[in-house]
Ligand binder design. Structure first.
Ligand code: ATP
Ligand code: ZN
Length: 210
């Protein structure tokens, strides 16, 4: 049987838990940080280590068959992939935040304001759904400093504990979406026997964690 390829994050918040999940499924592989691809010795699978932002596109185009990535990244990429299984880690919320002394109360107070974010697609859809017209300033990182620098009135960014918001003089304003890590596949792979076997193992690991 031809090996499937699964793409996971090379380093960052999802790397360790993705590796652990696969190991808990009984898969044996070397986790060399320097090699970008590794073969599982006891299962028909190869593991690709990538930047998380690249994973949805690799799976959509078929370069990888499967991927583990945050829902926020999949939504932002708008890649057409099949959602196989939520994985229960990497939980976070994409939130709007404003300066802690801001008087904005309601979503509609964002009308005419500017919002800095690394998630222009998700934010754009959210604003459209809520019929709000605001300027989106796309920046690739350190979004929390934008209001303090006068670059924007609000931000939209991933928050897990809120500590970064607080230390930058911001307060949460509204939730845009929740996210967790998810197993995705190429759409046409749904009934693949290797995927079915891997999914069964993943589901039994998840059940044991409940
Ligand atoms: P890469 O180098 O792979 O592009 P990155 O810097 O974009 O990594 P990380 O910070 O490692 O990404 O976050 C990966 C994912 O972890 C996020 O997309 C999100 O789904 C999830 N996550 C969970 N908690 C947090 C958090 N507090 N901040 C940011 N991301 C979080
Ligand atoms: Zn990334």
């Amino acid at each position: 049987m031809k090996n499937l390829k699964i793409a996971i994050q090379k380093s960052g918040r999802l790397n360790e838990k993705s590796v652990l999940l696969l190991k808990n499924c009984g898969l044996k592989f070397d986790n060399y940080k320097s090699s970008l691809i590794t073969t599982v010795s006891n299962f028909s699978l190869e593991i690709l280590f990538l930047r998380d932002d690249d994973i949805p596109g690799y799976v959509e185009s078929g370069i990888a068959d499967l991927g583990i990535v945050g829902e926020n990244v999949i939504d932002e990429s708008e890649a057409k992939v099949h959602y196989v299984q939520r994985l229960g880690f990497g939980k976070c919320t994409l939130k709007l935040a404003v300066a802690k002394d801001s008087t904005m109360k309601d979503l509609k107070d964002l009308n005419g304001k500017s919002i800095a974010t690394s998630y222009p697609t998700i934010l754009g859809n959210f604003l459209k759904e809520n019929q709000i017209q605001a300027d989106i300033h796309e920046i690739s990182g350190s979004v929390e400093i934008a209001p303090g620098l006068g670059l924007s009135d609000a931000i939209c960014d991933i928050v897990s504990t809120g500590g970064t918001l607080k230390s930058n003089g911001l307060k949460p304003f509204a939730d845009v979406r929740n996210s967790e890590a998810i197993l995705i596949s190429r759409p046409e792979l749904e009934t693949d026997p290797i995927l079915c076997e891997l999914l069964q193992r993943i589901q039994s690991v998840l059940r044991a964690q409940e």
